[in-house]
Ligand binder design. Structure first.
Ligand SMILES: *Cc1c(COP(=O)(O)O)cnc(C)c1O
Length: 370
């Protein structure tokens, strides 16, 4: 699904010396590479504050803690996402309120969000799934209307651009009150272990995020709130500093591979290629097909047999996960996401796919579905 080794081999000298420098300086915790990466990412995203942290899941948790959400508060998010989004809501004693998604784009829709708002709703967590943005303009309008916080889960969309109706362009994760991302190795900007970050344009929120990520303290050994210990490792920051320079290139390489797939499948009526939204570009964290006239699981086994990795993101919707049964949802509550779990399949998608690989993958699929 990814080729991290191929990607590394192209920038090996740069990466190796960045790592060696951290070791030579023994700046293992909060070393200068962390601050440098923070500044560089702020510049890249055109956002006032980047707060690095240990991983994307922590980022979401820190955001919710820092915004002062209280036990029982309702947080609306997608039923079709990675578990981390829902997990942190539950972990903090907040109530996950799940919403169905758009059948073509797989994204949480403003309409589905608004229907679920109650006097207890405090926040919305749009997930920019697979690399394109939810309709942040409408979601921010809803948030304003009902006085809600918006925490963007931009773990799969770092570098994606959202365009407002007035032409203004903003990066994914910098539009809501807080944006969260992950630097898990397979993400579009991945490090060599775990990493994450929060983004905000609000000075006060930034101070709270920093404090919560650092044991709830602003002044050393004076703890104002309950916090966590969540730091971006200096070695990871040094690696990210190198890779950030290539992020636009990496996202363009993914888009190029996606365009190849699109073209290869354009006459195949049995599968639907990824539908693009009008107001965001797509940076293809995943290239996800919808199997229409073909058995998804049979297609997956066929690909496996031919040596092609393919994955199902995601096989079970959030509301049917065993751990979340206590929320009281049942089958058929979210028909779109339930159906997507049965028919989606993600193809290999990364920066190192060459023409031969793309041809082999698409030919195998086209032959099987003919
Ligand atoms: C990867 C991911 C996360 C969590 O990131 P980690 O760094 O693995 O904790 C959260 N949300 C989504 C949508 C993700 O894809």
């Amino acid at each position: 699904m990814v080729d991290l080794k191929g990607q590394y081999s192209k920038i090996k000298p740069e990466i190796d010396s960045a790592i060696q420098e951290v070791i030579d300086n023994t700046e293992f915790i909060n070393g200068s590479a962390v601050k440098n990466f923070q500044k560089n990412l702020e510049h890249f995203l055109s956002v006032k504050h980047v707060i690095p942290c240990a991983n994307g899941t922590d980022a979401l948790q820190i955001a919710m803690q820092a915004l002062g959400l209280q036990q029982g508060d309702e947080v609306i998010t997608s039923d079709f996402t990675f578990i981390a989004t829902v997990e942190v809501i539950a972990l903090l004693g907040l109530k996950p309120v799940l919403a169905d998604v758009d059948p073509d784009t797989f994204l949480l829709t403003p309409e589905n969000i608004e229907k679920l708002i109650t006097p207890k709703t405090k926040a919305i967590v749009p997930v920019h799934l697979f690399g394109q943005c939810c309709d942040m303009e409408k979601i921010m309008d809803i948030a304003k209307k009902y006085n809600l916080f918006v925490i963007e889960d931009a773990a799969q969309a770092i570098g994606a651009d959202f365009t407002f109706s007035n032409g203004k362009v903003q990066k994914a994760g910098t539009i809501g009150h807080v944006g969260c991302t992950s630097f898990f190795p397979s993400k579009n900007l991945g490090c060599f272990g775990d990493g994450g970050a929060l983004f905000t344009n609000d000075d006060e929120i930034a101070a709270m995020l920093r404090s919560v990520a650092n044991h709830g303290m602003k002044v050393r050994y004076y703890h104002d709130h309950i916090g966590v210990n969540s730091r971006l490792d200096t070695i990871q920051a040094a690696i990210l500093n190198v890779k950030l320079k290539y992020l636009d290139e990496y996202n363009a390489a993914r888009q190029k591979a996606a365009a190849f797939y699109d073209n290869a499948f354009k006459d195949n009526s049995k599968i639907q290629t990824p539908v693009r939204v009008g107001n965001s570009n797509h940076i293809f964290h995943q290239y996800t097909l919808v199997a229409k006239g073909v058995d998804r699981d049979a297609l997956k086994s066929q690909l496996q047999e031919k040596g092609i990795p393919a994955m199902v993101y995601y096989p079970v919707p959030m509301h049917l996960q065993n751990a979340y049964k206590y929320l009281g949802y049942k089958e058929n509550d979210f028909p779109v996401s339930e159906n997507l779990c049965k028919i989606v399949i993600s193809l290999p998608m990364h920066t190192e796919l060459d023409k031969e690989q793309l041809e082999y993958i698409s030919k195998t699929i086209n032959e099987f579905t003919r």
